[in-house]
Design a protein around this ligand. Structure first.
Ligand code: AHN
Ligand code: ZN
Length: 332
């Protein structure tokens, strides 16, 4: 069988009881074998994804109310518009925990708007204003590059946008880049308030780009680019969308990425997906790098000036991107 070289073929074995089971194969044994559905999954290009990460970082720290943030936001919107069928820019002002009024924008790309069966993919595009976990205390108010914390998830989703513009899945897809996820309270504040994080997604969850918006489920990508990343089954994802976690982790294993997607449960992380679940009621999971060898539980350079392109490994971007593509293309 001849296939375009960039297509991968994955066979899914479907249970006999499946209502839409195709006709049974008569295998060499003459006995009936499980019917096989062949699904073509386009190949995720890790170098293209890496380039999208690098481009974001090249603007400098994407901290709300800065010139780098404005320019990066403009570039992101233009880039997503090249691939999406419809683009929404959602601008608002929001008050940060320290009283600063932030001018923020969420960027929404809609693919195949006519489809009612939809999947939401998202990541945050801003970067943290402070390296408040830097080993050097003098850096605790220095803005960070956020190559992994921010740019990696957006880079993977830009590459997916490029692909699904070319090769259409059976489901509609919405890609949302949330702003102001990482303007949460400084680490020096002793009384924690989780709601100071994820301001862009909180706004969207209360005011979606279409008032009737719905999706079957959502997938958030956060810190998906570090070399040797490990993704544990995050607490809120298991609480609100355990079946989606299982689906994604199974597909990751089938794709050969079981060393990244661990079959262990991780901590509860207040992140964009929490508000999508809680406020919007769309079951949404978080694919997030968790590491129990660090004091904060994330990758070693988290919220430090060390979160630069040096931590990014194209193989990790590929493991996540290829898995998410396989999930989307496995839907009817
Ligand atoms: C808290 O630390 C409360 N949330 C972490 C969410 C996050 C920060 N994701 C990236 N940066
Ligand atoms: Zn962060």
């Amino acid at each position: 069988m001849l296939l375009p070289s960039k297509m991968l073929i994955i066979c899914f074995f479907i249970l006999q009881s499946c209502s839409e089971a195709p006709r049974e194969n008569q295998g060499e044994t003459g006995r009936s074998e499980p019917p096989v559905r062949e699904i073509e999954i386009p190949a995720f290009n890790k170098d293209s994804a890496y380039h999208y990460v690098e481009k974001q970082v090249s603007f400098g720290p994407r901290v709300p109310n800065t010139e780098a943030h404005r320019k990066a936001g403009e570039w992101l919107a233009q880039s997503l518009a090249l691939f999406a069928d419809t683009l929404y820019i959602q601008r608002t002002r929001t008050r940060a925990y320290d009283g600063t009024v932030l001018n923020i924008k969420n960027i929404v790309g809609v693919f195949q708007p006519e489809k009612t069966s939809r999947v939401l993919l998202c990541a945050h595009w801003d970067s943290r204003p402070y390296a408040d976990h830097d080993p050097n205390p003098e850096k605790h108010y220095t803005p960070i590059d956020g190559a992994n914390d921010g740019a990696s998830g957006v880079g993977v989703l830009m590459e997916i946008a490029r692909i699904i513009h070319e090769t259409r899945p059976n489901v509609g897809v919405d890609i949302i880049f949330f702003d102001a996820e990482d303007y949460g309270q400084h680490q020096s504040i002793t009384q924690p308030d989780q709601d100071t994080w994820a301001l862009g997604s909180q706004h969207w969850a209360r005011n979606p780009h279409r008032s009737d918006y719905n999706a079957r489920y959502g997938i958030l990508l956060d810190m998906v680019g570090a070399s040797g990343a490990t993704f544990k089954k995050e607490g809120f994802s298991m609480l609100y969308a355990a079946n989606i976690v299982r689906k994604v982790w199974n597909i990751a294993r089938q794709q050969g990425y079981g060393q990244y997607f661990l079959s262990r449960e991780g901590g509860y992380i207040t992140d964009d997906h929490y508000y999508i679940n809680k406020i919007r009621g769309i079951p949404t999971i978080n694919i997030i790098h968790q590491d129990d060898t660090t004091p904060h539980g994330f990758f070693p350079e988290w919220h430090t000036t060390g979160d630069t392109m040096e931590v990014i490994d194209p193989e990790t971007l590929k493991a996540v991107g290829q898995t998410v593509l396989a999930v989307i293309f496995s839907e009817n």
